[in-house]
Ligand binder design. Sequence first.
Ligand SMILES: *Cc1c(COP(=O)(O)O)cnc(C)c1O
Length: 510
Amino acid sequence: MSPELSDASREILSRLQTLRDADAPTHGGRVLSYVYDSGLAELDELAAEAMRLVQPVNGLDPTAFPSVAAMERDLIGFTRGMLHGDDSVVGTVTSGGTESCLLAVKTARDAWTARQVSDDQTPTGSLGLRPRIIAPSTVHAAFHKAAHYFGLDLDLVPVDENGAVTASDIASRFGPDVALVVISAPCYPLAVVDPVRDVATAAQRHGIPCHVDACIGGFALPWWRDAPEWDFALPGVTSISADLHKYGYAPKGVSVLLQRDRDRQRLQYFATARWPGYPVVNPTILGSKSVSALAAAWAIVQRLGTDGFAELVASCQRSTERLRAVVDGIAGLRVVGAPCGPLFAVALDDSVPKRQRVDPHHWADRVAELGFTLQMQPGLTQANGLHLPRTTHLTITPVTERMLDELSAALVTAADDVRGRAPANPRLAVQALRLSGALSKPLTASRAAALLARFGVGGSGDAASSHASSASPLPAKMAPLMALVELLPAAVSERLLIEILARQVEPPEQ
Ligand SMILES: *Cc1c(COP(=O)(O)O)cnc(C)c1O
């Protein structure tokens, strides 16, 4: 710690340290989602120093701060080369995967709208239609958000029980209102790489842009053995999102969006010369912005280079193969489908007798008690009625390799401990709610909090003490909450989830 800090400042930092001690561990491989630990302490130091160097910089204006443009140029160049883009591929560093996805959709919407306006001079013009995004139902929630924010319809194509779609499932929905097709490499929930070549070819034939969401796979698949072709080498791919704050090992707040064709990409920008202040030109959503994560990512990419990435990915691949073999060997659980990349999902194996089955959420709760946090994903019934079962998700990072024995043992022991236990099922409680009419009344903040309390989820704020670190408690076991999310109407679940999160940051009552 810097020697010039006063006692008062040191005391503040020690309080922050105390708050941080309650967080999930960001290093060491105990949390298999959210965090991406290269296992290289030097990379973290390098990133911290780079962030410090740019701490006061405003990324709003790269003409005043040319270092920002220089770092961004390098990152875009590296990513473009890695993803086989030619000189027509240009890009932007964004604040994260969600922003990259949002901007891909905004660009497509504006291109579609511009085309409607010019086509409308002909009798076939379709002005008045609402633009539509087509994507498999495994597409990341960021595209639900983009559709919601930017006024597009999201047309979700059901996947099969392995999470797969075919290009013809997608192409059969093409029409004049389609502004964008989105596929993933791979998708987050089940790690399926969608059929990029066939979808991109079909889309190109119809003049429809095709975004490949490689937020999670972008900096891993280029070095993954046996990955299918999915990048700009395929001419129909018009944009790709790839997150540096995932397998680029940078601190949160940095992703790359690459787009083919300068003229299309310029639609991503916002500029105005119609106010009395400085001329505004923004490639991304924010105005003034930090470049800390960008600088950290730049430094990490300089340090790792292609060979460094290849080594780290090789480690992830070894660990992923080993863990998949471990799960395959556990009676009552199964790896879903044919995942590709350093992640996979685990579901209940119903090919074995009931008493041998393992509920993946009870399993995850038990694994947590044994020291590793896995991510629960609720089941989902798709538009065609095909149900995707609840799963537990594992994201594997380079540091995982050091924990393989302990983690493998925990996965096996936890399954033994919960095998045969019936999945959490709040059906009766939800039925009672329906009968009481509680689900048909609009959920105000206080009604939502009361409902949560009925389910034993701290939503009332009562538990908030004066201590800054305490908020409404979350349940120790998450399986019952996930089961509730599966069973309640989506709109009710969404409202309750909002209430839980919003109450987390409410200051205590005066
Ligand atoms: C992580 C992810 C996103 C969204 O990224 P954030 O960085 O969390 O905003 C989008 N798509 C996929 C496939 C992802 O894995």
